[in-house]
Every structure is written in structure tokens, then in C-alpha cells.
Design a protein around this ligand. Structure first.
Ligand SMILES: Nc1ncnc2c1ncn2[C@@H]1O[C@H](COP(=O)(O)OP(=O)(O)O)[C@@H](O)[C@H]1O
Ligand SMILES: C[C@@](O)(CCOP(=O)(O)OP(=O)(O)O)CC(=O)O
Length: 224
């Protein structure tokens, strides 16, 4: 792809119900690995950016975990679906371009690239964490684009735990493709149970962190 200056060695595509902890887990991995090693891509980033622009909304609040985005979620889903119908890879491509082009990532810090990479030539990111795959087409896009590097990760939490984090069932959202598109028919490479009574996240994430270390060493061997 001409907009990308270097290929990541590993692409971890995360999915999970809302309030399962996708952002929490991907941010934890990024903290452990450091922003020079991996960056977080949010497919909802370019979607929210364009939606906010067209509707005159506060993008920072739309990007945050608070109740603001919930007011617009159902409409954002419809808006995004009309784009995806024309081009299923539309948001994947935009988010992926952001990985090495700090411009659209801006000051929000959703990707390390705006901190570490001042120019595209300096791009040395080894792992990409895609925090919010929702549809089979999202996962398929990364699998087609990075067939060797892509692994899927499902974050799971019970409804009780998600409720404690602010979730309540909303018809038209929780029964729609945005939340259910990856419920069946996908064999995830990794499943992370994000619950207080599950093994600690550090323990569960160890093999995933190990993958990134292996990818980093392969990448440095290839570069030398
Ligand atoms: N293991 C955890 N420990 C503490 N708080 C958590 C944990 N997992 C998620 N949270 C909190 O729950 C809320 C929802 O998590 P978030 O990562 O935003 O979910 P998602 O991105 O899947 O909608 C956030 O406020 C987050 O900080
Ligand atoms: C319209 C959306 O992109 C909104 C997604 O917003 P977030 O990714 O912030 O949602 P959660 O982290 O699950 O709470 C959903 C879609 O169908 O594309």
C-alpha cells in the first residue's frame, strides 16, 4: 500500500463487546511494550473524526469512554455502515494509514506515532494493536492485508462486569452487527478474560507480549 512506509511485524486485532475492556487491555499492552514498539489503531478514530466534523460534535468527548459517545452511538453505527456498504475496508484503510502518518492522529495520542514519529521516514513501529474490530469484514481486511502478521484477540467480560463499568442493554446497538458481528464463526487466536476473578491480565497477556518480543527480534534481524 503506497501510503504505508513500513510493514508492521505483528498486527493484533482486538474485538469484544462494549465495556469488555478493549481500550483498557490494548493500552495496558502498549504501556508494557512502550510506544516505540507498538501503536494502537482505532477503526472508530477516522469514523468519529468525520462524523464529528459533519455533525459539529466534540471529537475529544466522542473518543473518550464517557456517556457522550453513547448518545450518538446508534446514529454513528448507521452512518458508518453506509460508508462500509460502499467500501468495507474504508475505515481499516484510513486507520492503518494513520499508523505512519501522524497528521490525522493529531494531539489525541491514540497512536504512538504522533509522539515518536515526527516524519514518516522514522517509522519503526513493530506491532500494531487494532483495538476495535467489530465486523467480519474488519478482521478479513487485516488478514488479507497482513496475512503473516495478523492475529485475532477477543476480550471477554460478563454482562454483570460490563454493567459495573456503565453498560446497559440498548436495542439497536447491542443486538446489531456492530456488537454481534464477531460473535459466531470466528476462531480467535487468543481470548482474554477481563474479569476480577480471572487470572491477572499480566498473566493472560504474557504469551501475547512474548509474540511481540519475537516479532521485534525478527524485525531487527531482518534490518541488520
Ligand atoms: N481490568 C480492568 N480494571 C479496571 N478497570 C477496567 C478494566 N477493564 C476495563 N476497565 C474500565 O472499564 C471501562 C470500559 O473499558 P473500555 O476499555 O473503555 O471498554 P471498551 O473499549 O471495550 O468499550 C473503562 O472505564 C475502563 O477503564
Ligand atoms: C460507531 C462505532 O465506531 C462506535 C465505536 O465506539 P468505540 O470504539 O469507542 O466503542 P467501545 O469502545 O466499544 O465503547 C461503532 C461501529 O459500529 O463502527
Amino acid at each position: 500500500m503506497e501510503d504505508r512506509v513500513s510493514e508492521p511485524s505483528l498486527v493484533l486485532v482486538f474485538s469484544g463487546k462494549r465495556k469488555s475492556g478493549k481500550d483498557y487491555v490494548t493500552e495496558l499492552i502498549q504501556q508494557r511494550l512502550g510506544p516505540d514498539v507498538c501503536c494502537i489503531l482505532r477503526l472508530s478514530g477516522p469514523l468519529k473524526e468525520q462524523y464529528a466534523q459533519e455533525h459539529g460534535l466534540d471529537l475529544d468527548q466522542l473518543m473518550g469512554p464517557g456517556p457522550y459517545k453513547e448518545q450518538y452511538r446508534a446514529d454513528m453505527i448507521h452512518w458508518g455502515e453506509s460508508r462500509r456498504r460502499q467500501d468495507p475496508g474504508f475505515f481499516c484503510r484510513l486507520a492503518s494509514r494513520g499508523a505512519c502518518q501522524p497528521v490525522w492522529v493529531g494531539e489525541r495520542g491514540s497512536c504512538c506515532c504522533d509522539v515518536i514519529l515526527q516524519t514518516a521516514e522514522l517509522c519503526s513501529v513493530i506491532g500494531q494493536l487494532v483495538s476495535d474490530a467489530r465486523r467480519l469484514s474488519d478482521l478479513q481486511w487485516f488478514q488479507a492485508e497482513f496475512p503473516q502478521q495478523t492475529q485475532s484477540v477477543r476480550v471477554q467480560s460478563s454482562e454483570k462486569t460490563r454493567s459495573q463499568r456503565g453498560w446497559s442493554f440498548t436495542a439497536g446497538v447491542d443486538d446489531a452487527e456492530s456488537e454481534c458481528g464477531l460473535d459466531n464463526g470466528v476462531e480467535f487466536d487468543w481470548i482474554v478474560i477481563n474479569e476480577a476473578d480471572a487470572p491477572s491480565l499480566d498473566e493472560q497477556l504474557r504469551p501475547i507480549l512474548q509474540l511481540t518480543e519475537e516479532a521485534a527480534s525478527t524485525s531487527s534481524v531482518n534490518q541488520s
